[in-house]
Design a protein around this ligand. Structure first.
Ligand code: ASP
Ligand code: MG
Length: 488
């Protein structure tokens, strides 16, 4: 890794603790003993550079899903089914701990794992007896994943000379009581982190905290919503005024497009929060940028890094995009969309008409991806056909409705398209052989999106990539990797 890519050299307004780095490891980065050891090696690398890591971990891969399955089995009164899932989870954790740890460290973690799973069994029995699962109890069940993974990872760190210490996230991540998607209380979190975590760092420990979970002021367990560990990392980074936040996952960062479609796709070295937000929605499943808002608000850079390829420099997400000679940063494609044309049956778009159309989608919790309107018609796209029969039946009361399936959305993102003329001319002439069905330029002025046939996606993406990334700005894109990437 080159010196300038080193996260610790960042300077920030305010009193940033530039040496403090929050490192978040997702489920696949702690999925088994081998992954936990890889994680320990990555954290050691940061400590050897003189950084002080605070680590946030997810539950081991798939554990959250299985805990939810156990909770809902118990909620249906299926005690045997719920306890069977818990027993499998208990074994997986015990086996992983046995592989990861030895001696006293293993005995103490084994005891903790058994104790936690006993508590989980009791809880599941209680839910099954009542035959009802409340959101509050569900949060309690699902919290066991991160409670236990953080214990194991902390012990693994200690065994590997990193002085690990588990911090129960529920003592620091204070939330309201919206179970299932609790809202963090940032001032309280900052105070708790300062009280519980800072002294550990100063004493040379590596604190390890489970992501995703928190507690109310009264100490009742809550969760921040699925995928919430990134959010925890941002809250911890924000609360401690960290110098950087690292999201360790299993991809090399954000790419100029899907490398499976375009083998010469490049890693984007740096991208703005707004650009990342647009991409996350349209397919790049790296992280949900809303979850890193607490970091962005404090101008703390967030890095997306690959725990299976630690030498890779990843993608840096910053509040303000650096100047870039190329108009676009990335091209995302989203397939399996349906276009719905809604044509007013009477020749007028009366006041309230749009609202009544959107209300139908709202009632069925159906998210709309793109909208374009004319005098008498509205075209909308949706990514789920699940409730379409009911939605169409309702719309037909006020309009003529036509459906077209197998469509795809192409979304081109870049802050530098703002105010540039001629970009759309270049764009559409690059794909002049492709039939474009709907076009929209977002109000944010950082994306241009259009709908095409699903079968045209590969050709369109390749043509656009060739047009806009033929001579990429090396300060923003990893051009060195191009020769390597084309070989794979
Ligand atoms: N374990 C939680 C989930 O699977 C949180 C996370 O991993 O971010 O949703
Ligand atoms: Mg995740």
């Amino acid at each position: 890794m080159s010196a300038e890519a080193h996260p610790s050299v960042e300077t920030h307004p305010g009193e940033a603790r530039t040496n403090l780095v929050v490192m978040k490891f997702g489920g696949t980065s702690v999925e088994d003993a081998k992954a936990m050891l890889r994680t320990a090696a990555i954290v050691r690398g940061r400590r050897e550079r003189g950084l002080s890591p605070v680590v946030v971990v997810s539950a081991m891969a798939k554990v959250t899903d299985q805990l939810l399955a156990a909770a809902s089995a118990a909620g249906r009164g299926d005690k045997i089914g719920a306890l069977a899932i818990a027993a499998r989870l208990r074994n997986r954790h015990l086996e992983t701990a046995a592989e990861l740890l030895c001696g006293d460290l293993f005995s103490s973690i084994e005891k903790i794992i058994r104790h936690e799973f006993d508590a989980l069994d009791d809880l599941l029995r209680g839910i099954a007896a009542v035959g009802e699962l409340t959101p509050r109890t569900s949060d309690n069940v699902v919290s066991f994943g991160e409670r236990i993974s953080s214990q194991m990872v902390a012990a693994g760190f200690t065994q590997n000379g990193l002085n690990g210490v588990q911090v129960d996230a529920r003592t620091c991540i204070v939330t309201d009581d919206h179970y299932g998607k609790a809202v963090p209380q940032e001032a309280a979190i900052e105070a708790r982190l300062t009280q519980h975590v800072l002294p550990l760092i100063n004493a040379g420990h590596t604190p390890v905290m489970g992501g995703f979970i928190g507690a109310t002021e009264q100490g009742i367990t809550t969760t921040l919503g699925r995928g919430g560990s990134d959010f925890t990392a941002a809250l911890v980074g924000g609360g401690l005024n960290a110098g950087a936040i690292e999201i360790w996952t299993d991809v090399n960062g954000i790419m100029t497009t899907d490398p499976r479609i375009c083998p010469d796709a490049l890693r984007v070295k740096t991208i703005s929060f707004e650009e990342a937000a647009e991409l996350a929605y349209f397919g790049a499943k790296v992280l949900h940028p809303a979850t890193i808002l607490p970091a962005v608000q404090k101008s703390i850079p967030v890095w997306v890094l690959n725990s299976r390829n630690a030498a890779n420099e990843g993608t840096k997400i910053t509040a303000v995009a650096p100047p870039c000679a190329s108009p676009f940063k990335s091209i995302a494609a989203k397939k399996r969309l349906t276009i719905i044309d809604v044509v007013a049956s009477r020749m007028l778009m009366t006041h309230g008409y749009l609202k009544s159309v959107f209300d139908v989608f709202d009632r069925y919790h159906c998210a709309i991806d793109m909208v374009s309107t004319s005098e008498v018609s509205i075209s909308l796209t949706v990514d789920s056909n699940e409730r379409l029969p009911e939605i169409c039946a309702e719309l037909e009361k006020i309009a003529d409705v036509k459906l077209e399936g197998h469509k795809a959305l192409i979304c081109m993102v870049g802050e530098d398209i703002r105010g540039q003329s001629g970009i759309s001319g270049r764009l559409f002439s690059a794909i002049r052989h492709v039939n474009v069905r709907m076009i929209s330029q977002g109000a944010s002025e950082i994306n241009m999106s259009f709908m095409i046939e699903e079968s045209d996606v590969e050709e369109a993406v390749r043509s656009l990539h060739a047009e806009f990334f033929v001579d990429p700005d090396p300060t923003v894109f990893d051009t060195e990797a191009r020769s390597l990437a084309t070989r794979t």
